[in-house]
Design a protein around this ligand. Structure first.
Ligand SMILES: Cc1cc2nc3c(=O)[nH]c(=O)nc-3n(C[C@H](O)[C@H](O)[C@H](O)COP(=O)(O)OP(=O)(O)OC[C@H]3O[C@@H](n4cnc5c(N)ncnc54)[C@H](O)[C@@H]3O)c2cc1C
Length: 493
């Protein structure tokens, strides 16, 4: 049952008290959080970050929290979005509720006071949780903001990472904020750049080349619907964002939405639900290459249905029309209107919105500029059986088991292994779930193990000297204790 947002909210001080309780729980379970990574200076004399995380969405936050629990505190988190607007939740996501069932959440490290359930019950009451099926989207963003405050994670917002390059044993990370460029150094970088991280949300060329720029938007970008009031809109695609956009447009007062898609029927089965189990999500990278490839390809071919709530809402709205088996064959302008040819006839619109998903294109990512041609991709390590090729998936990096990039040429530059891709780049290697709400609990330990392994191995040659110099006393006795003991003939002093 959808949540009644008109119900009075508990006072937010209750969430402050919950935050205190969560911090107390974290402190009570803190072992072994002793800081153990040796500081190292970059070429400019500043202390390099142990880990620099690109992206402060849900993954960036939970990674920073998990690393802190492993004694890694020198972590920098950068995000290009303004504070509170990281990820898709309050920008281009338009659905009323998450697709993820409420039970499959896992940023809490097993600490109930840190979990979204306790947060939600504190805000709306226990009954509201009982009757809830899926979390409202904006509540999820509010929870992430609360989570960030609980851990006091210092995300530097408004900062876009524009390059990651070698700096002899370190990485050099270039970023810019308000047009001011800055160079930092880090031992390791984790890319937590979400679905964006593997390419670009691109309007298909046959549309962008045929229409003036103000006649189309991509569904995965903020859209000013107020300027579309009273207009006829064409949407291409059948995924969640197609239906979410249709609903948002109609609610904003557009005259009509024609939603067109290529398939003869909408997908009804969600393959995500099949692989959401502890076995697959924990051990995905151990599967044979052929099995991992087929899983990724299955998702590409079969896709997932639109979210039920958006679908249900859209189909009863006046002005909404659904066109199956209606790919757009040709698009052009005719008498100030947009003319779209489909196998089922010609449609005319005032504005079109492709909801065509993301194009995989590593070269389109600024942060991969120095790296994308150096890393191993699936096409370098795996030949699909006949009939199972996929040019997009083949572009994705062939990652190590800790999400680390590998050099394309085995003797190639080792510095790329300092970059861990906990984002859409990992889809084939690590499964389609790593960064999703249901995946964190299982995928995060693999990333953390990969990061801590690398940091430890980096300093292994200093370990023996450190061990030998270690002098903290578990048995604090005076230096002359043994001599005094001898004088007393072994009797107690
Ligand atoms: C409409 C929609 C609905 C969805 N619904 C669900 C759902 O119900 N359940 C679910 O599990 N998943 C859902 N997803 C998938 C969702 O995107 C991910 O689960 C989630 O956002 C992943 O979190 P993340 O932190 O890995 O990435 P994101 O949330 O995408 O965060 C990545 C961050 O990286 C930043 N960034 C990117 N590049 C750079 C750069 N170069 N420099 C600095 N910062 C950068 C971005 O600003 C962004 O804040 C949905 C996605 C969409 C689009």
């Amino acid at each position: 049952m959808p949540l009644d947002h008109s119900a009075p909210r508990r006072q937010e001080p209750a969430l402050d008290r919950l935050a205190e309780a969560a911090r107390a729980d974290i402190a009570a379970l803190a072992y072994p959080d002793k800081v153990w990574v040796k500081p190292v200076s970059g070429p400019d004399g500043t202390v390099a970050a142990d880990v620099l995380i690109v992206g402060g969405g849900q993954s960036g936050l939970v990674i920073a929290a998990a690393l802190r629990r492993e004694g890694i505190a020198n972590v920098v988190v950068l995000d290009q979005a303004p504070a509170g607007a990281e990820g898709p939740w309050v920008t281009f996501a338009r659905m009323p509720e998450l697709r993820t069932p409420k039970i499959t959440v896992g940023m809490d490290f097993g600490i109930p006071n840190l979990g979204v359930r306790r947060w939600f019950e504190t805000r709306y009451g226990a009954d509201a949780w009982t009757s809830l099926v899926r979390l409202p989207r904006t509540d999820w963003m509010d929870y992430l903001n609360w989570y960030r405050a609980v851990w006091a994670i210092d995300v530097e917002n408004g900062t876009v990472v524009s390059d990651i390059a070698d700096a002899v044993g370190l990485l050099q990370v270039t970023s810019s904020q308000d047009g001011v460029e800055r160079t930092r150094y880090a031992k390791l970088v984790v890319l937590a750049t979400g679905s964006d991280g593997a390419g670009a949300w691109r309007v298909p060329q046959f549309i962008s080349a045929a229409l003036p720029r103000d006649r189309y938007d991509h569904s995965n970008q903020p859209i000013d619907f107020t300027r579309l009031k009273g207009k006829a809109i064409g949407i291409l695609g059948h995924g969640a964002s197609a239906f979410d956009t249709a609903v948002a447009a109609l609610e904003a007062g557009v005259a009509s939405v024609d939603l067109c898609f290529r398939r003869a029927r909408l997908p009804r089965v969600n393959p995500h639900r099949y692989i959401e189990n502890a076995g697959i999500m924990t051990h995905h990278p151990l599967l044979d290459d052929a099995v991992r490839w087929r899983i990724a390809r299955h998702f590409r071919i079969n896709d997932q249905p639109p979210a039920w709530a958006s679908f249900e809402r859209a189909i009863v709205m006046p002005g909404f029309r659904l066109h199956a088996a209606a790919p757009w064959l040709e698009v052009g302008m005719e008498d100030e209107r947009i003319r779209v040819t489909t196998p089922r006839g010609v449609l005319t619109f005032d504005h079109v919105i492709p909801a065509t998903g993301q194009v995989i294109d590593l070269a389109a990512r600024p942060e991969l500029k120095s790296m994308h041609s150096l890393v191993a991709r699936w096409q370098d390590r795996f030949t699909p059986p006949p009939g199972e090729a996929d040019a997009g998936l083949a572009q994705l990096p062939y990652l190590g088991d800790g999400y680390e990039m590998l050099p394309r040429d085995p003797d190639g530059p080792g510095w790329v292994t300092r970059v861990h891709a906990f984002n859409a780049l990992s889809t084939v290697s690590q499964g389609p779930h790593s960064t999703s709400i249901s995946g964190h609990r299982h995928a995060l330990p693999r990333l953390v193990r990969g990061v801590t392994r690398r940091l430890l191995l980096d300093q292994q040659h200093e370990l023996i000297a450190g061990l030998e110099a270690y002098a903290d006393q578990d048995l604090p006795l005076p230096d002359d204790f043994e001599a005094a003991l001898a004088l007393n003939d072994g009797r107690h002093l």
